[in-house]
Design a protein around this ligand. Structure first.
Ligand code: ADP
Length: 160
């Protein structure tokens, strides 16, 4: 039986930290779906369509990774796609509380839903989309933390 993992998140924008987790998940699962949560209550910098196009470019090198977007509950999306596990990333201990509560709620909604955590490499440990956005919004750049196409997209976004 093929093992399918869903990696949900905002990916606003995708960083080298997310790509680090995708690479680790792709090595363990037969298929990984990077699933962008279409969350209307969250103010996003990039539209879902923009994020989808960016991620599609960046996952071309992986044969077993796809990108998709979803609305509503992750547990429902997991059931719909018949995924075996949900992948999340754990940076420092600060992620733990939030990630544990999320995994716990998802388990209540769908008892068969397993959440698997991956740790990024050290250089991506303190990296988040919000830090990246903050730096670029003030005219800075973090070329070591985002792929070149995201660096360009961020500069373009903040020029407007
Ligand atoms: P969300 O809004 O759901 O937190 P994010 O796009 O911020 O979505 O993150 C999606 C997942 O990727 C989360 O599990 C988050 O902890 C993880 N993640 C984000 N950045 C990193 C990173 N630098 N290293 C490891 N995991 C990360």
């Amino acid at each position: 039986m093929k093992k399918l993992a869903v990696y949900p998140g905002s990916f606003d924008p995708i960083t080298n930290g997310h790509l680090d987790i995708i690479e680790r998940a792709a090595a363990l699962f037969d298929m990984v779906i990077v699933a962008i949560l279409n969350n209307s209550s969250k103010n996003s910098l990039f539209t879902v369509a923009e994020r989808k196009a960016q991620i599609a470019q960046l996952i071309k090198k992986f044969k077993n990774v796809k990108v998709d977007s979803f609305d509503g509950l992750l547990a429902d999306y997991m059931a719909k796609t018949k995924a075996n596990a949900c992948v999340r990333g754990l940076r420092a201990v600060t992620d733990l509380e939030y990630e544990f509560s999320l995994a716990n709620i998802n388990q209540k909604l769908n008892p068969k839903m397993e959440t698997i955590f991956f740790m990024p490499s050290e250089e991506n440990t303190y990296l988040s989309s919000s830090v990246v956005k903050e730096v670029y919004s003030f005219g800075g750049e973090l070329k070591q933390s985002v792929p070149p196409l995201i660096d360009k997209a961020l500069k373009k976004k903040f020029k407007n």
